[in-house]
Ligand binder design. Structure first.
Ligand code: PLP
Length: 386
């Protein structure tokens, strides 16, 4: 983990306002910022992306978080949103026009694909590539306007060759957008690999305490400025000052938490590898040797979201396993302090999952901060009772 990243996560409030030496950033819980004259108001309204006029625009607490996230991702600028999905929708709306095509690479977050389906109604087409495909050249069309990447994806955690993807996209003048939520800016820096725009759901590791929703987009300053006046202000998925202060609190402990998520996940994976009930494990720690250039050059660490396939998986078997867990609680999200478990199987969808290349026995774990001994003990109990 980069030392300067730790400093960015810990940095004190740098706002112009006197806050009496407070160590926590002030929460500017106001919708409106008044101005001393009508002329000043007009002038600031014309620069609303960088002036404080109305909180469905810029807000000092949110801006402090945005500066930290842009620094961590080595991007020029950042805009925060009310949720990760708000960030994704805003980027798609800002970049795409009728007649465009999107290429989705790796297993994309479901609602992002639902958004792409919705966009078909506006004349925007898309293709979804099979997991793990880094050779995008044959799939680019004349009208491809953006390549949307998750690496790793958040179901089978397949890692892509980002440099190869961005080289091909750049040569064709196509934007690359990457959801970097799995790695956080601490473990992977897609912009350094040539990605144009990075998206985060701050709801996951960055917030880290399962008590706040948020999203972020990092990219070139000119793009983020355009995004502000289109996808951000017009869709109105706003991060409030209170939410920003909670995400900033999460950022303080992000380096420590990520190191612990990784330590525990590695031990859980090594334990799963000993279980006869497990047919496959999906996580870069398991899928790649440490000296594999695909992981060595792209990652400085791995997060705690992993999946594995139970042998002879079925809805009943997966449900029996999950219901026997107690430390791993059953829930939709991931990246928080608490360990969570879920699975894609539903009664009767086993065939459909197989068609999509998923094992019906897949179980997804978000390895939290309780400690690997307790997590393994919980898994052991559930396996023994199967
Ligand atoms: N990206 C990924 C990979 C996710 O898993 C999620 C949520 O689960 C999102 C984006 C959306 O984030 P949010 O729930 O904050 O809208």
């Amino acid at each position: 983990m980069d030392r300067s990243d730790r400093e960015i996560c810990m940095s004190a409030w740098e706002g112009a306002e006197n806050v009496h030496g407070a160590v926590a950033p002030p929460v500017f819980q106001t919708s409106i910022f008044t101005k001393p004259s009508f002329e000043a108001f007009i002038q600031e309204q014309e620069q609303e992306h960088e002036r404080y006029v109305y909180s469905r625009g810029a807000n000092p607490t949110v801006a402090f978080l945005e500066e930290r996230l842009a620094l961590l991702e080595r991007g020029e600028a950042c805009k925060c949103f009310g949720s990760g999905m708000g960030a994704i929708s805003a980027v798609l709306m800002s970049l795409l026009r009728g007649g465009d095509h999107i290429l989705f690479v790796n297993s994309t977050y479901g609602p992002a694909l639902e958004m792409a389906e919705h966009l078909r109604g506006f004349g925007i087409d898309h293709t979804v590539l099979p997991d793990g495909t880094s050779d995008i050249e044959p799939h680019l069309r004349k009208n491809t306007a953006l390549v949307y990447v998750e690496s790793p994806g958040t179901m089978r955690m397949k890692v892509l060759d980002l440099a190869a993807i961005t080289r091909t996209a750049r040569a064709r003048g196509v934007w690359t957008v990457m959801d970097n939520t799995w790695s956080t800016p601490l473990f992977q820096k897609p912009i350094l690999a040539g990605v144009d725009i990075v998206i985060h759901s701050c709801t996951k590791y960055i917030g880290g305490h399962s008590d706040v929703l948020g999203g972020a987009v990092i990219g070139p300053a000119s793009f983020v400025r355009d995004l502000f006046y289109t996808g951000f202000q017009l869709l109105g998925s706003v991060m409030s000052a209170v939410e920003a202060s909670m995400v900033l609190r999460g950022l303080r402990t992000l380096p420590i938490r990520m190191a612990e998520h990784e330590r525990s996940a590695v031990r859980v994976i090594d334990y799963l590898a000993t279980r006869p009930e497990v047919a496959a494990i999906h996580h870069p720690h398991h899928d790649h040797r440490p000296d594999d250039p695909l992981v060595k050059d792209q990652f400085s660490g791995f997060s705690g979201l992993l999946s594995f396939d139970l042998k002879d998986g079925s809805f009943e078997k997966v449900a029996a396993f999950i219901n026997r867990l107690s430390l791993f609680r059953i829930g939709a999200s991931w990246g928080g302090y608490e360990s969570l478990v879920t699975a894609p199987v539903r009664p009767g969808n086993e065939g459909a999952l197989r068609e999509r290349g998923f094992s019906p026995g897949m179980v997804r774990l978000s390895v939290g901060l309780e400690g690997a001994d307790s997590q393994i003990e919980d898994l052991e109990r559930a396996f023994t009772a199967l």
